[in-house]
Design a protein around this ligand. Structure first.
Ligand code: UD1
Ligand code: CA
Length: 457
């Protein structure tokens, strides 16, 4: 689309009661303004101007490189906000979309439909509207028969106008020439003393230019002004994501108890049990069973994995792995195919090759494990001396007996056998046994003798 978008985000967002600028609040893992910019881009509009004012420094940092920024130092209304972008508008061509930074649900499809209507009607202004069950607070769309002739703000509305349920979503397409010629004509002689962008409709009508309105679903045009609306937006976005996944072949046992962020991919025939939380750039393969109670952040999981009651952060898991219940995989963990990580196991920044097992109660940190390694219950890689971290290397087919302490840096070579309870402080050569045990002694009747001695005292 040969079009420029202006995103209004200079307002304070007072009702969020937050130190964070409103448009940086997140819904389904992405900030409100990220959603809006993403939707605009997906509609095919690449030229984007963001109007910033309140707490602009914080917002600037989060914007994509290609965004242009115009500053509105004092917030004197939506018309005044768009005026700040006028110098940038003169340099390009095509229609101008104006949208608010706090309406994350307006879909790319709706933006395209709005533009199509705008072009079909050859309109000076085309506004996105909706029928609101409770229109209080919104600008009302005034029609003369079918024709849109004005938008009246709540505070300026007559009693009759206030009864109108068709409201202004705050999203519009403008003919660029019309916009540039008429912005300077806006006045602030209204109840709020603001320059209203919405007055451009009446100006178009005065100039006998066509206007139009596209009526969208009220759920979609909802803006986020407070935390209740943030939660509603969140719910809507999650629902939309889960519906898409289900249509793409993912089974979701209870969609009301599943959270999957926008950029997450899940392949078909995977089952998501309740309490599944998938965030960031996570990718889940096909035929997996995830959950109950699994959180995965920025990780890749292969096909046919079973994962229960587990947290996985920034890790890469192969195919046919079995993880949990109650495992914790920390950043830098790489599991090859057919690896088992069982209950109460923590793995950090470690690579584990195919077919290896860490079935219970272990800590594996800064380690490299070969193939078919078996780590006995209670094994710990002692990777930290209080100052520095050291690596552990374990060769193929090594067997680590239960309750072993592997004091890093250490290498346990291929096929080595570590006896249960060993504290391993030296490298173990291939196919060797490592054992360190004090002689085991049984003293029969010792307890009875001790008691007798105590009684005699
Ligand atoms: C505006 C519309 C109203 C519509 C409503 C939809 C006007 C005059 N009214 O209401 O018809 O129903 O949106 O939500 O346009 N902003 C700035 N600079 C300003 C003022 C606002 O950048 O000086 C930004 C805000 O950050 C926000 C957006 O514009 O993203 C809308 O502002 P807001 O105050 O929420 O809307 P209203 O002006 O009340
Ligand atoms: Ca408002």
């Amino acid at each position: 689309m040969n079009t420029t978008a202006i995103v209004l985000a200079a307002g304070q967002g007072t009702r969020m009661k937050s130190d964070l600028p409103k448009v940086l609040h997140k819904a389904n893992g992405k900030s409100l303004i990220d959603h809006v910019l993403g939707n605009i881009a997906a509609a095919g509009i690449s030229e984007q101007i963001v109007i910033l004012g309140h707490k602009s420094e914080q917002i600037v940092q989060s914007l994509p490189q290609n965004c242009l920024i115009a500053y509105q130092y004092e917030q004197k209304g939506t018309g005044h906000a768009v005026m700040q972008a006028a110098p940038l508008l003169e340099k390009a061509q095509g229609d101008v979309l104006v949208i608010c930074g706090d309406t994350p649900l307006i879909s790319p499809r709706t933006l395209q439909n709005l533009h199509a209507l705008h072009q079909e009607k050859k309109a000076a202004v085309t506004v996105l509207s909706a029928i609101a069950p409770n229109p209080f607070g919104y600008g009302r769309i005034i029609r003369d028969n079918e024709r849109v002739i004005a938008i009246v703000e709540q505070k300026d509305a007559t009693v009759t106008e206030a009864l109108i349920k068709e409201i202004n979503a705050g999203t519009y397409f403008f003919d660029r020439q019309f916009l540039l010629e008429n912005l300077p004509k806006l006045k602030n002689d209204n109840a709020q003393g603001e320059y209203y962008l919405t007055d451009l409709l009446a100006l178009a009508v005065e100039a006998h230019l066509p206007t139009a309105a596209l009526i969208a679903d009220f759920d979609e045009i909802m803006g986020v002004n407070n935390r209740l609306q943030l939660a509603m937006a969140q719910k809507y976005l999650t629902q939309r994501k889960l519906e898409q996944l289900m249509l793409d072949g993912v089974t979701i046992i209870n969609p009301d108890n599943c959270y999957v962020e926008e950029d997450v991919q899940v392949l078909n025939d995977t089952i998501l049990w309740p309490g599944t939380v998938l965030k960031g750039k996570t990718v889940i393969g096909s035929g997996c069973e995830i959950g109950p109670e699994v959180e995965v952040n920025d990780s890749t999981i292969g096909n046919e994995c079973h994962i229960k009651n587990t947290v996985i952060n920034e890790s890469k898991i192969g195919n046919l792995c079995n993880i949990g219940p109650f495992a914790y995989l920390r950043p830098g963990t790489v599991l090859a195919d057919k690896v088992k990580i069982g209950d109460f196991v923590e793995v950090k920044k470690s690579t584990i090759a195919e077919g290896s097992k860490v079935p219970h109660l272990s800590y594996i940190g800064d380690a490299t494990l070969g193939k078919r390694v078996n780590i006995g219950c209670g094994t710990i890689t002692c990777n930290y001396d209080g100052k520095n971290k050291f690596p552990t290397t374990i060769g193929d087919d090594a067997f680590i007996g239960s309750n072993s302490n592997l004091v890093a840096p250490i290498t346990i070579s291929e096929g080595a056998f570590i006896a249960a309870g060993a504290t391993v402080t030296e490298n173990v050569p291939p196919f060797s046994l490592a054992i360190n045990r004090a002689p085991f002694v049984v003293k029969e009747g010792w307890v009875l003798k001790k008691r007798q001695k105590e009684q005699n005292q």
